[in-house]
Each structure stands twice: as C-alpha cells, then as structure tokens.
Design a protein around this ligand. Structure first.
Ligand code: PAF
Length: 279
C-alpha cells in the first residue's frame, strides 16, 4: 500500500494505469468505520486497482458547522486500511487541494438546494468541487459510495452526466449498527443517552416502510407518523420528506422508487438516513 500526500506523486503512480487497469476509487473524509471498509472491500472485488482518499474537505462545511471538531485520526485510518487490499491512499492537505487564489467551483443546480442542501447552503458545491478534483487526479472507472448519503450520490451522478465524465458511481448499501443506526463518523459525537435515542431514525423509516407494505401511500400521513416517532425520542427534525428516488422531487403519494429521507438532530448532532419505501 503506497501513501501519497501530493497530487504530483499520486498522478505519477497512476500514470497510464487507467488504460491498462480498471481503477476503483473510494473517496472519504477519514475517521473510517465499517461502512467505509465495506466500500473498500467492494472496490477491491470489482476493480483492478483500489485507491482511497482521506481528506476532510473544508469547503463542504458551513461556517457554523463541525469542521474544526470533525474526527481526524490519519494514522489509525492508515493502519486500518493496511488490513485491506488497498493499492494507493491519497492524503492531501488544504494547500494541495485549495492553493492560494483558488476560485473554481462546481455547482449542480436545483438538486443541491433541496433536502440537506436547503439546511446546508454551499455543502453540495463543496462536495461536487472536491469530488471532481479527486476524480481528475485518480481517473477512476468506478467510484464506490454509500447510500446513507443518498442525495450526495444523486448530485454527483448528475454532475457526471452533465460533464460527460466516464466514471460510474457504484451505489453501496447502508451499513448499520446491530440496532439499526446507520454508521457515520458523526456517531462518535453522541453521548450514551443520545446514542440510544438515535435509533429513532431507523425506527421511523422502518415504520413508514411497514405502513406502505400495508397499503398506506399518503405521504403526509407517513411523514406525520415518522415525526411522532422522532419526537418521542426528543429528536429535533430538520426535514422528513418522501421523494422520487431519481429526481429527489417531493411526492404527495408513494409510488415505485420512492424514498423517505430524513435529517434529525439528536442533541447537537445532525444525523441523516433514508430508506426505499417501495421497490
Ligand atoms: O461522503 C464523504 O465522505 C464526502 O462528502 C466526500 C465524498 C469524501 C467528499 O469530501
């Protein structure tokens, strides 16, 4: 496993590889957990070369958000990755990615302004910009991303389509704790009491899925039941929406491909999750 801190070294190591080998890429912000590691395993099984990036991208955090507190442990992350079949780890710093005078941004309009984008203005501009930059450095055929960040995948797929890029995103299933909480680096912020209450997200989603299976398709009823479950655990709702799984447009009634998407604060920690309501 080679570890590179600079764009130049990474480019040199990968020079010509995209022509001979299928490069698979897992972009991360570190603080690796089993969710990330499942992406790395999947990447290895479907690619000839596995590249992982670890970079906490400052431009996807708002001014009041947790950039300064975001968990960072590069050495531990690298040790973990040594147990997997990783060929290259790219760990740039801010000077590499955003040198002085940097002023170019990628904006996927519309999709970036709804759901998480409505509460986190500029978030998806930062995500699209850094992912495009990383893609240009790594040149992957496949990019492996977890469906917990479902909107992120939809935004990036639109960017790929609109900019005629050749990378395909492989959507990977959400990895959950035994009690159903979606794995996330931000779970480490939760106190023991909050950690217990955080299971209300998956309870609300599963309840909605069960109601749909029983024939309840009215979005407003499903959303209000989900709200009740979240409020019973003292969760503060950012949003709960039922959307079309491809366009993310809100739907008054559940139909094939609909998803329930939610963002909820448990204490000061903002958690997201989602589920397909009808295949
Ligand atoms: O999902 C993440 O961890 C980040 O948004 C990503 C894709 C690595 C970009 O910084």
């Amino acid at each position: 496993m080679q570890i590179y801190k600079t764009i130049a070294e990474t480019r040199e190591a990968l020079a010509g590889e995209a022509l001979k080998n299928k490069i698979g890429f897992v972009p991360t912000m570190g603080a690796l957990h089993k969710g990330h590691l499942s992406l790395v395993e999947r990447c290895h099984s479907e690619s000839d070369l596995t590249v992982v990036s670890i970079y906490v991208n400052p431009t996807q955090f708002g001014p009041q958000e947790d950039l300064n507190h975001y968990p960072r442990n590069l050495e531990k992350d690298i040790d973990l990755l040594r147990n997997y079949h990783v060929d290259i780890v790219f760990t740039p710093d801010d000077v590499q990615m955003y040198p002085e005078g940097y002023c170019t941004w990628v904006q996927v309009e519309g999709l970036s302004d709804i759901l998480c984008g409505a509460s986190r203005p500029g978030h998806f501009r930062g995500v699209a910009t850094i992912v495009l930059k990383l893609m240009h450095i790594v040149n992957p055929k496949l990019m492996f991303m977890g469906m917990k960040d479902y909107q992120q995948i939809i935004v990036l797929e639109k960017m790929i389509e609109d900019l005629n890029l050749e990378t395909k995103i492989v959507r990977c299933p959400i990895v959950r704790e035994p009690d159903g909480l979606a794995m996330s680096s931000r779970n480490s912020y939760l106190t023991p009491d909050e950690r217990q209450r955080a299971t209300c997200l998956i309870k609300a989603l599963k309840n909605a899925q069960k109601m749909v299976n029983e024939g309840h398709l009215d979005s407003s009823i499903l959303i209000s039941e989900a709200e009740n479950i979240i409020k019973q655990s003292d969760g503060r709702i950012d949003y709960i929406k039922i959307v079309d799984g491809s366009t993310l447009q809100e739907l008054p009634e559940v139909r094939s491909g609909s998803r329930m998407m939610l963002a909820v604060y448990i204490g000061n920690t903002r958690l997201i999750d989602n589920i397909e309501l009808l295949p």
